[in-house]
Ligand binder design. Structure first.
Ligand SMILES: NC(=O)c1ccc[n+]([C@@H]2O[C@H](COP(=O)([O-])OP(=O)(O)OC[C@H]3O[C@@H](n4cnc5c(N)ncnc54)[C@H](O)[C@@H]3O)[C@@H](O)[C@H]2O)c1
Length: 264
């Protein structure tokens, strides 16, 4: 706990659970006044809980109006909500099997929604002297996979949206950074990911443990604070080294464990 965000007003989207809930709690512990927003109103202690729909520009505009009416400023936005429902994930397949409506739904929540939130928040942030926007992207936005095509493409869009915002409003003291998140043990991930898959993912990590929502919240709090005052336009992997190595790394480690030594 620090006081480095004392007096700052922070919006966290997707705060109904997982990473967003952890970030909302962390920003509040660092002194921020936190607005926790989600499709259904979150139930977080120590935050103002709000419902809004990222697919609806009118809902976003009304939400920002409510924040301004209550707090009079916006300093921090954690653009974190995403469409990750089971129904969506089951239909988000390879390109040939992908229904256009699944693609559109991913884009609407994961790319268009964050853009619209920024559109309505940034003028108030500029009027207040600047601020920090942190977007939650994913390794799926940087690297290919056999499935989750729409999710991956939407998360790639978010990575470059962040750079465009950083480029366009830097002189008005708006910082925009994106965290490229790896596998995180949210309550949902703990409940729904088979142990075999967790082991397979863990083998690709450079650090010994899988990530927690608090690991992500720590980085968001840093990027939100003046400690990160010279960082903007960055895409920062927060993934225990998952994307830092050769694709054959885990297989090689298993191979050398079998044959002994560490070099051919
Ligand atoms: N958990 C992981 O392993 C992981 C990995 C990489 C990236 N991420 C990213 O981190 C972020 C948070 O992930 P999480 O696992 O905590 O997810 P989560 O599913 O718990 O949270 C996402 C929230 O977004 C909300 N949401 C969905 N549609 C919405 C809409 N139309 N309007 C408003 N809110 C809406 C959902 O209700 C949900 O509470 C997401 O952007 C996700 O893509 C997560």
């Amino acid at each position: 706990m620090t006081d480095r965000l004392d007096g700052r007003v922070a919006i966290v989207t997707g705060a109904g659970g997982g990473i967003g809930a952890a970030t909302a709690a962390r920003l509040a512990r660092d002194g921020a006044k936190v607005i926790a927003a989600d499709l259904q109103e979150p139930q977080l202690d120590g935050a103002v809980n709000e419902a809004f729909d990222l697919t609806d520009e009118g809902s976003i505009a009304a939400f920002i109006d409510r924040v301004m009416a209550r707090f009079g400023r916006i300093d921090i936005v954690h653009n974190n909500a995403a469409l990750q429902s089971e129904a969506q994930r089951q239909r988000d397949l390879d390109v040939v099997q992908l229904d256009a409506e699944v693609w559109d739904a991913a884009m609407a929540v994961n790319a268009r929604g964050p853009m619209l939130l920024c559109k309505h928040a940034i003028p108030h942030m500029i009027a207040g002297g600047g601020g920090s926007i942190i977007h939650s992207s994913s390794g799926f936005g940087q690297l290919g996979e056999s499935t989750l095509t729409a999710y991956g493409a939407s998360k790639a869009a978010l990575i470059n949206l962040s750079r465009f915002i950083a480029t366009q409003y830097g002189r008005e003291k708006i910082r925009s950074n994106v965290i490229v998140i790896g596998f995180v043990l949210t309550p949902v991930a703990i409940a729904t990911t088979p142990q075999e898959i967790k082991d397979l993912i863990a083998a690709q990590h450079l650090l010994p443990a899988l990530g927690t929502p608090e690991n992500i919240a720590d980085v968001v709090a840093f990027l939100a604070s003046d400690d990160a005052s010279f960082i903007t336009g960055a895409a920062i992997p927060v993934d225990g080294g998952f994307t830092a190595h050769q694709p054959t790394f885990a297989d090689m480690r298993a191979f050398f464990a079998k044959v002994g030594g560490s070099k051919l």
